[in-house]
Design a protein around this ligand. Structure first.
Ligand SMILES: Nc1ncnc2c1ncn2[C@@H]1O[C@H](COP(=O)(O)OP(=O)(O)OP(=O)(O)O)[C@@H](O)[C@H]1O
Ligand SMILES: [Mg+2]
Length: 171
């Protein structure tokens, strides 16, 4: 059985989890919500940056074990999902948000501090996740998560999802 690993990355609040749930149910993939595992796959909580410092070895080990348990493969949504090595990822979907006001509103609703909101908006402006995903060499598909409905987004990424190679390099 050829298992697939699809990652959805992007700045917090762009809609990764919302899209991941839909793709998971359409493709019958297990969804790995990394937000539940940040403490397990990190070295420490970085108080200055208000986030976890990810331990790459633990991160990779978690994905490998979840992939083994899965029937058809995984869909992983997180702003760090693209940090997985290229050999482990079949497709990297980068959600962007062209409407910064909308993104700001979503982050405000979560009760984030103004500093944290500013940092996230800056990350979106500078397209940090997209640049890092490209640097890793992933096969990247970019979709706007703040302009389109989830249904429209699926239509946009469907060709890439259907054309995933048959070979998996990760055992
Ligand atoms: N396509 C969409 N249209 C309208 N609202 C959306 C869409 N996608 C997501 N949302 C809304 O935006 C908010 C953030 O979505 P979501 O939690 O999926 O973001 P996320 O990228 O997973 O965030 P995080 O990185 O913090 O996990 C939610 O309130 C969700 O309902
Ligand atoms: Mg999420």
């Amino acid at each position: 059985m050829v298992k697939k690993v699809i990652v959805i990355t992007g700045t917090p609040g762009v809609g990764k989890s919302t899209l991941a749930k839909i793709v998971a149910s359409r493709l019958k993939l297990e969804r790995l919500d990394l937000s539940q595992y940040y403490n397990k796959i990190s070295t420490r909580y970085n108080r200055k940056k208000h986030c976890y410092d990810v331990d790459r070895t633990k991160f990779i080990a978690l994905v490998k074990s979840k992939l083994k348990e899965s029937e058809k493969g995984l869909i992983i949504d997180s702003h760090i999902a693209h940090l997985l090595p290229k050999r482990m990822v079949d497709l990297c979907i980068v959600l962007i948000c062209s409407n910064l006001t909308l993104l700001q509103r979503r982050l405000n609703k979560r009760g984030y501090s103004q500093k944290k909101i500013r940092e996230n908006l800056d990350a979106e402006i500078f397209q940090v996740c997209l640049l890092e995903a490209k640097e890793k060499g992933h096969k990247v598909v970019v979709v706007d998560g703040c302009t389109f409905s989830s249904k429209k987004m699926i239509t946009q990424i469907w060709p890439a999802l259907k054309n995933l190679g048959k070979k998996r390099t990760l055992s």
